[in-house]
Design a protein around this ligand. Structure first.
Ligand SMILES: [Zn+2]
Ligand SMILES: [Zn+2]
Length: 103
């Protein structure tokens, strides 16, 4: 997980969102966001359906490390294939939480 130097909040952890989620958060539109724990990613429902995130196991990175290597590699490759397809934007976690509260 990376960090960002936010103009407003200083050094913060990052969170990634799809481009639509990013737009909606900044323009205060209402948009349902779905969490992909293993990727620390939030996507809108249309990205979720388009990239078939329902096929991604609902586990965290920590859970993945508990699995045996072969299984972990298989899931890791699968998940990153999807991750690469999403047009992502990086946000500071504090900004994300602030914007989300205003919804
Ligand atoms: Zn989206
Ligand atoms: Zn911030």
């Amino acid at each position: 997980m990376g960090a960002i130097n936010c103009k407003k909040h200083g050094r913060q952890l990052i969170i990634e969102v799809c481009e639509h989620a990013y737009e909606a958060l900044h323009s205060r539109q209402k948009l349902d966001l779905l969490k992909i724990p293993i990727l620390n990613l939030r996507v809108c429902t249309s990205c979720y359906d388009q990239f078939r995130f329902q096929a991604v196991p609902d586990i965290t990175i920590e859970d993945l490390l508990e699995l045996d290597d072969e299984e972990a590699d298989r899931i890791g490759d699968f998940v990153h294939g999807k991750y690469d397809q999403v047009n992502r934007k990086v946000m500071c976690v504090a900004c994300y939480n602030e914007l989300k509260e205003k919804h």
